[in-house]
Design a binder for this molecule. Structure first.
Ligand code: SF4
Ligand code: SF4
Length: 193
């Protein structure tokens, strides 16, 4: 693993970015570590959820944004439900991922970012998840063409992977994506002022 640059920048810059992306104020955290204690993935994270929150508060941008923590997060929301300060830690994880991508930082686990991109592109096109299309999109992004091929064949043989997408609700989904794009444009214009 690359050694993180431990330079501490402005204590609030990264916390402000998280607040603006997710509405979550990490400065409410008093380091009880209940979030980390309940996280089912924390054993594999380079920094536990409570440590990541603390590093965000300290403005340790490089450490936080190059961490694998948010990319391993399964969005199970155990941390969110356990936090006595009502910090939605799962939302913070999402905000950190978004901030890392906005700043052009390569994800510590690129396959996860590829999965998100493939899934979103698929939902945008088909209106809902079309698994076979998503798998093809993911393979094209990761070049891991034969990974999990056995499982894919099993799913296909049990009728779990449909050959043709249904396109049900595609128009409604397209409108949702358009609205989000417009909101993001407005926010970007507002932030640029
Ligand atoms: S949402 Fe993420 S960080 Fe929180 S408990 Fe679940 S896996 Fe861990
Ligand atoms: S549970 Fe909440 S207050 Fe406790 S360490 Fe985690 S984020 Fe901070």
């Amino acid at each position: 693993m690359m050694e993180p640059n431990l330079t501490i920048t402005s204590p609030s810059q990264l916390a402000e970015a998280v607040l603006s992306e997710s509405g979550q104020n990490v400065n409410l955290c008093y380091q009880c570590r209940k979030c980390a204690a309940g996280c089912p993935i924390s054993y594999a994270m380079d920094y536990k959820p409570a440590q990541l929150i603390h590093a965000i508060r300290l403005g340790m941008d490089d450490l936080v944004l190059n961490s694998n923590t948010m990319w391993l997060c399964a969005s199970c929301e155990t941390c969110t439900t356990r936090c006595p300060q009502e910090v939605d830690v799962a939302k913070v994880m999402d905000a950190v991922k978004i901030t890392a991508l906005r700043r052009g930082i390569k994800p510590a686990i690129p396959q996860v970012a590829s999965f998100y991109r493939a899934a979103l592109a698929n939902i945008k096109k088909c209106g809902r998840m079309y698994e076979l299309g998503m798998i093809v999109g993911l393979k094209m992004r990761t070049f891991e063409f034969f990974k999990d091929a056995g499982m894919g064949m099993k799913m296909f043989s049990k009728g779990k992977l449909k050959m043709v997408p249904s396109f049900t609700g595609a128009l409604r989904t397209w409108h949702i994506f358009s609205r989000v794009k417009n909101i993001e444009k407005k926010n970007a214009a507002h932030n640029a002022k």
